[in-house]
Design a protein around this ligand. Sequence first.
Ligand code: SAM
Ligand code: SF4
Length: 500
Amino acid sequence: MSKLSAMEWSKQVVKQDEIDKYLVNGKDFINKEEIMSKLKNNENPDKSYIRSIMDKALSIHTLTPDETAALINVKDEEIWEELYEVSNNIKRKVYDNRIVFFAPLYCSNLCVNSCKYCGFRKDNSEEKRRVLNMDEIKEETKAIINEGHKRLIVVYGEHPLSDIDYITDTIKAVYSVEKKSPNGKGKGNIRRVNVNAAPMDIKDLRKLKKAGIGTFQVFQETYDRNLYANLHPSGPKSDYRWRLYSLHRAMDAGIDDFAIGALFGLNDWRFEVMGLLYHSLDLERHFGIGPHTISFPRLNFASGSPLSKNSKYKVSDENLKKLITILRLSVPYTGLILTAREQPDLRDDIIKVGCTQMDASSKIGIGAYSQNKDLQEEEKQQFMLGDTRSLDEVIRKLANDGIITSFCTAGYRCGRTGDKIMDMLRDCKEGKFCKLNAVLTYKEYLDDYASPETKEIGKKVLLNEIEAIKSNPFYINSGLIEKVNDYYNRISNGERDLFI
Ligand code: SAM
Ligand code: SF4
């Protein structure tokens, strides 16, 4: 833990040389005028051009800014129906028929920043502040494991009391927990910890890498630098470029699995979609790989934040569906995360336009999983959640729609990260491994945690998947069928955490 005061600590966070090294002729990769002119020049795109863009995206190539701008300008609802279908087809081609699940774990809400949309900002006196100690982190982890989760994303405010040493300690604490499943049949543990934390310098990012994280995630919030300055008046977060290059630094620190996002509702969604594309392209240009996932959280009501209630840029449900579709086509290899900020009905619908990851049973109050239920009250959490269904309920709903849930965490443990996974995603090979791991982890979930209703419908999904594997030449020729059969039987006999 840092011995500096919060004020002194804040002043030494940003390292200018770790921004400047990525600039080209002193400029970053977001040029507002260029984005605005691309949106203007691509108004009224004709159908044949849009269909050629669909073909390009279906061949898993990142779109150009002009092509994305053309999609943003589509008005014809019939073309939109085609785009939704293509979006789903791309998802199936790259990621097959599965949704990966995770849970967020909020570890601390002390923060030196003053983001106008967030309940954790330092000047919000309504917020009760807490930094969980390691015993509390373990209790939270046990409660999450008890739901059946295997993946976490740990979330922190930016503060000397939750600095890099605290963050790495919490990650170790999470990984150390093992717990018998409630029915006593199996045992559970968290096998992948992803991190959503403030931008760091390369030295701290190396420590994060050493702690064995999955993905490092930072949302730019808005790519419009003037608006950014207005929304982030003080603290390290007020430095737009420090945040803009946080994932470039992650790559340089050896974290080759990173995630981007924008907070939709702060600005015109069209501009932010373009910003996300330019961000992906710049990462591809520098490092040859793009983001593992893109997130599109919508602004939710946060305590003491009038902006979170009244923003004139709130994104409608219809536009959310459109922007997800555009992202799916624009960066076809990337994962797309649909969080429990959204309402259940909307999630059930939107998941079909190309999303790959969801959370469920989520609680975002500090200590809320293991402690009082009333920690879900608005004054004690960052913002209000839309979907409070249990993991079991959401898995059952997906199973009814023929979708398999995956708790696969094999990728980073088998070295399938960075350029290796990117190439496999682009060649649509990664989905083939994940299909097997989805079957194995779904089987574990059904055996250990599912309710009788979920088990019943889940078994049908499992059988369909196994049939599809048995008739697929890739699995037959590679000999993977024997291996998956062996693992499946061993899981039936009580072994856990077998992956391919
Ligand atoms: N403090 C770190 C940071 O800001 O990068 C990480 C934690 S912060 C709680 C995680 C994300 O929550 C932010 O990047 C922001 O996009 C999102 N967020 C903040 N306020 C929100 C709100 N009112 N509704 C929805 N999402 C919000
Ligand atoms: Fe702090 Fe992150 Fe909330 Fe901003 S968004 S106030 S940095 S926790």
